[in-house]
Design a protein around this ligand. Structure first.
Ligand SMILES: Cc1cc2nc3c(=O)[nH]c(=O)nc-3n(C[C@H](O)[C@H](O)[C@H](O)COP(=O)(O)O)c2cc1C
Length: 185
C-alpha cells in the first residue's frame, strides 16, 4: 500500500497560533510512522460567514469546494482546534458549515483525529467535545484518542516537536489509531 496521506488542519489561522504549532508537531509524528502529510491552511480557504441569502445569490464559495476536494483527497485528517469560550472558534465552525453546503457525505471518507492546544491547563476539553460531536454528526470516524495540549507556551521544543514525553506518547497513539483505521478501510 502506498503511504497514507494525512491532512493537517488548524482551526486558527493566525501566524503565531498554538494550534498551528500543534499540527506542525503532528507532522513530525505522522512522518515518523511513514505517512505523507499535507498542510491545509485555512488562510488559503477564505469564506464569508455563512448566510443563506449570500448563498442564494452567490452560491457556495469556490474555496469551500476546493477544501472539500482537498479533504477528500486525504486518507486521514488531524484537526487542532482552539477553544473560544468553551466552544470551537467561529472560523472552524463556519468552515465546516460551508463544506456541508458543498456535499454532506465527504466527512465519511477520511479518518479523523482531533486535538487542541490552549495556554491554560485544561487543554481545550470543551472544544474537543464539541468538535467530536460535530464530526460524528456528519458521519465521520473519529479515533478515540484525543490530543489535549495544555500550557501550550511550554509544550513545544526549539524544533517545534512536542516537548513532554507523555504528550508524545498520546500523539503516537492517536496517529497509530488513525493509520490502523485507514488500513482497515
Ligand atoms: C474569544 C476568546 C475566547 C477564549 N476562550 C477560551 C476558553 O474558553 N478556554 C481556553 O482554554 N482558552 C480560551 N481562550 C484562549 C485561547 O485558548 C488562546 O488564545 C489560544 O492561543 C488560541 O488558539 P491559537 O493560539 O491556536 O490561535 C480564548 C481566546 C479568545 C480570543
Amino acid at each position: 500500500m502506498s503511504k497514507p496521506i494525512i491532512g493537517l488542519l488548524s482551526g486558527s489561522s493566525r501566524k503565531a497560533s498554538m494550534n498551528r504549532k500543534l499540527v506542525a508537531a503532528m507532522a513530525h509524528i505522522f512522518t515518523k510512522v511513514n505517512a505523507k502529510v499535507r498542510f491545509i491552511d485555512l488562510n488559503d480557504y477564505d469564506m464569508p460567514i455563512y448566510n443563506g441569502d449570500y448563498e442564494d445569490v452567490n452560491g457556495v464559495p469556490d474555496t469551500a469546494k476546493k477544501l472539500v476536494a482537498d479533504l477528500s483527497a486525504c486518507d486521514g485528517v488531524f484537526i487542532a482546534t482552539p477553544e473560544y469560550n468553551g466552544c470551537i472558534p467561529p472560523l472552524l465552525k463556519n468552515t465546516i458549515d460551508w463544506t456541508t453546503r458543498v456535499e454532506l457525505g465527504q466527512f465519511t471518507s477520511p479518518v479523523y483525529g482531533i486535538g487542541s492546544a490552549t495556554p491554560g491547563a485544561l487543554s481545550g476539553i470543551m472544544a474537543l467535545r464539541q468538535l467530536h460531536f460535530i464530526l460524528n454528526r456528519l458521519g465521520a470516524h473519529v479515533v478515540p484518542t484525543q490530543l489535549g495540549v495544555g500550557h501550550s507556551g511550554k509544550a513545544f521544543d526549539v524544533d517545534g516537536c512536542l516537548a513532554d514525553a507523555g504528550t508524545v506518547s498520546r500523539a503516537e497513539k492517536l496517529a497509530g489509531q488513525m493509520l490502523s483505521a485507514i488500513k482497515r478501510r
